[in-house]
Design a protein around this ligand. Structure first.
Ligand code: DGJ
Length: 731
């Protein structure tokens, strides 16, 4: 059993193959955190609990005159509120009497085989061959009856611990939650860096490393979606940790809405991490007998740097997250109409693009925005999911038939969560959007957000989107979401419950996705929110792939995909070759490089294929062939970041290695060149040290040890933005 309770020490022990996680019930019933990290022998860790009399650190009543016990400095598994722990709390409540106190003491526990279930929210699922055990610990505040249940599921072989928290009101008065973190983790020291993935629209998930400083550092989203600005993933690591060395702790939230990840270095140089729903603008009233469920957090530990941490996340997210059968199947190479035509198309133009795409080896044609309602630009039409017959004379089904007749599959773009003021839907249901009474509304891309916290709106969306899917043969759907949410107010909630709206929106969205996406396992759904504005594990529960960014510039993509790769598997990152000058940056990069960068993800095209020369089409054809040949390696192999676009000014490089180490693909893009430049080398990773490898198209054989220590020379003839791939085969 991966979960044990040791009655002698009153200790809970979670063990994966390589990690240990320990907690202890204190003599007064508080649950203290003892240890998380590399697997350690079964030992008594009580010596780690330092108790002493600290100035201005209060002592709980049950400690009597013992001035050495204070929640102000003890490492806790889930903090109290208002009981003398002044660090960022795990929980904030308002009790029936107005007090803001929660003092959870261990009141029970349960250990069982298998994983806990989370209703209404995405979470990891155990596969049949996984050994998973679960621990539930109940922390009860006896005065209010409020009870926190901490859940831990231990994926023994995968070295993953998932956590979540449920709040149950066992009292007699309503309790208002103002915060309920999914995870708290106290460290007894703080010589760490905090790594977050910060960004903006068209420049998502930039690797950002901050040495932990005194005070609170908090990142998150208050935009209603997990956001372009911060990703619900953070790493705490040793100050000197790198790709292959140092201890790293990962915190990944399976949530698509407002989140916060907080790091506090306290007065005693200890660190607390919290992650969960963003407490800003959040509240939830839990009536007696009711409960509130926090989203899941996925924890991983690596004692060998970031690469190993990424492998742990990639493996579990590839195998235990996405419900689509496509998660484990090769994905079609798509051509998308957006950068090719924007809103300016008719069926003749689309068919022209599709026809040429056949010649490029593409599998699927995606019709992006602009095919429905009155949608000739982005000012109108959202909500009216009826085909625009002026553009598509034979409707969606007619176009789909014609695309299929060319030998391609067919896909479509939708943005169900939004409505334009200039639309039939808005005119019929002006109350269906988020908007506060008596206040002018705030527009974003000239559109409004439907109130998915309402069941009637969700019902309408389920019917509308399922209707589109039944109208024609559609094999792929790009599900977009193109604005940050503001003016949060829902017409169906009481004034005192408006703080619930955004979380209810996300629950409504999951419900719609349950009823649309999970009911159509034959369709590939691709997530999108203005590119990567909702690139999170919860979206990957429904959608096997996400449009990584609206930025298709190959150089910028190096950074975006580098950051994305820390938590997310390569076969979730949709990445397209577009034209030059690039539409976002104006930059020119070689077509070959655009292909190589797109293959660091799910390759696709986003260009007007009728404008490509025969020579360019031939290059694309080769790219598709190469990609398909190496698909399994790219999608399922271990991923190594060889040279960072942040640290290496000259080149960025990455590598895929098959699990059996027989095959590897190394890709490199030159990002700067100097006159009479130095000869540079790229050192490979993850190979079998003892084995010999051959590089396709080259003479010679090299040992894994040599390639990993001396490296391969970066071809001297490469010019700026040129690139190269090496395919290695073990002999
Ligand atoms: C934003 C997406 O990220 C783009 O790829 C495109 O689908 C547009 N929306 C369409 O409006």
């Amino acid at each position: 059993m991966a979960v044990k309770y040791n009655a002698d020490g009153n200790t809970f022990i979670l063990e994966t193959r390589d990690t240990s996680y320990l907690m202890k019930v204190s003599r007064y019933g508080n649950l203290l955190h003892l240890y998380y990290g590399e697997r350690i022998p079964d030992e008594n860790l009580d010596y780690l609990i330092q108790v002493c009399d600290r100035g201005f650190s209060p002592n709980p009543n049950e400690a009597g005159n013992d001035r050495t016990f204070s929640l102000d400095y003890l490492a806790q598994e889930y903090s109290t509120d208002g009981k003398g722990d002044y660090r960022i709390p795990s929980i904030e409540v308002v009790n029936g009497d107005g007090s803001q106190i929660f003092s959870g003491k261990v009141s029970g526990y349960r250990i069982y085989k298998g994983k806990y279930a989370l209703e209404g929210m995405p979470s990891l699922k155990a596969a049949s061959r996984d050994t998973v055990d679960t621990l539930e610990i109940e922390l009860r505040d006896k005065e209010s009856g409020g009870t926190v249940i901490l859940f831990y599921s231990v994926f023994e072989e995968k070295n993953i611990v998932t956590r979540t928290v449920r709040f149950v009101n066992n009292g007699s008065e309503a309790i208002r939650l103002e915060k309920l973190a999914s995870v708290t983790m106290d460290f007894k020291d703080s010589d760490y860096d905090f790594i977050v993935f910060a960004g903006r629209h068209t420049m998502e998930r930039e690797f950002t490393r901050i040495p932990v400083q005194s005070g609170v550092h908090s990142v998150g989203s208050s935009r209603g979606a997990s956001s372009h600005q911060y990703n619900p993933f953070a790493i705490v690591c040793d100050g000197g940790a790198g790709e292959d060395h140092g201890r790293c702790f990962g915190y990944s939230l399976v949530y698509s809405g407002n989140f916060a990840i907080e790091a506090e270095k306290d007065q005693f140089k200890q660190l607390r991490i919290n992650a969960g729903i963003n407490p800003q603008d959040f509240s939830w009233t839990v009536n007696p007998g009711e409960q509130f469920q926090a989203p899941e957090a996925v924890l991983a530990f690596s004692g060998e740097g970031f690469a190993r941490l990424s492998h742990l996340y990639h493996d579990i997210y590839r195998e235990n997250l996405c419900r689509s059968p496509y998660a484990k199947k090769p994905r079609p190479v798509v051509i998308n109409s957006w950068e090719a035509a924007y809103f300016d198309f008719d069926d003749t133009k689309l068919l022209g693009i599709a026809k040429q795409a056949v010649d490029m080896g593409v599998d699927l044609f995606v019709l992006d925005d602009g095919w429905f309602g009155k949608r000739d630009d982005d000012n109108s039409g959202l909500g009216d999911w009826k085909v625009n017959l002026k553009k598509l004379k034979r409707g969606i089904s007619g176009l789909s038939e014609e695309i299929h007749a060319l030998g391609l599959q067919f896909g479509i773009w939708i943005e169900p969560e939004m409505v334009s003021e200039d639309s039939e839907l808005f005119r019929a249901h002006p109350d269906w959007c988020l908007k506060a009474p008596g206040r002018p509304m705030t527009r974003g891309r000239n559109q409004l957000v439907l109130d998915l916290s309402r069941q009637d709106v969700c019902d309408y969306l389920i019917e509308a989107v399922n209707g589109i899917l039944h109208e024609a043969k559609i094999e792929y759907v790009k599900w977009d979401m193109n604005r940050s949410i503001s003016d949060v107010w829902s017409g169906l909630l009481d004034a005192g419950r408006q703080g619930e709206t955004l979380h209810r929106y996300i629950l409504g969205l999951y419900h719609v996705m349950d009823e649309v996406i999970l009911k159509h396992p034959e369709v590939i759904f691709c997530g999108c929110a203005g590119g990567g504005g909702r690139f999170d594990p919860a979206m990957l529960f429904y959608q096997p792939q996400i449009w990584c960014s609206d930025n298709t510039d190959a150089k910028n993509r190096l950074k975006i995909q580098y950051g994305t790769s820390f938590a997310y598997p390569i076969n979730t990152i949709e990445s397209h070759v577009s034209v030059c000058p690039n539409h976002q940056t104006g930059r020119y990069t070689p077509l070959k490089t655009r292909g190589i960068v797109s293959m660091d993800g799910i390759l696709g095209y986003e260009l007007d294929s009728t404008k490509l020369s025969e020579e360019e089409k031939a290059v694309c054809r080769e790219q598709v062939k190469f990609y398909k040949k190496n698909y399994r390696l790219i999608a399922e192999g271990d991923y190594y970041r060889l040279a960072s676009p942040y640290e290496n000014p000259y080149f960025t490089a990455w590598q895929h290695v098959s699990k059996d180490k027989k095959k590897s693909l190394v890709s490199l893009v030159l990002t700067d060149k100097e006159g009479n430049d130095a000869q540079r080398y790229v050192k490979l990773k993850g190979l079998d040290r003892e084995a010999m490898y051959r590089i396709e198209g080259q003479k010679g054989r090299y040992s894994g040890a040599l390639l990993m220590n001396a490296g391969l020379p970066v071809p001297y003839e490469l010019d700026e933005y040129e690139s190269v791939s090496f395919c290695l085969r073990r002999i």
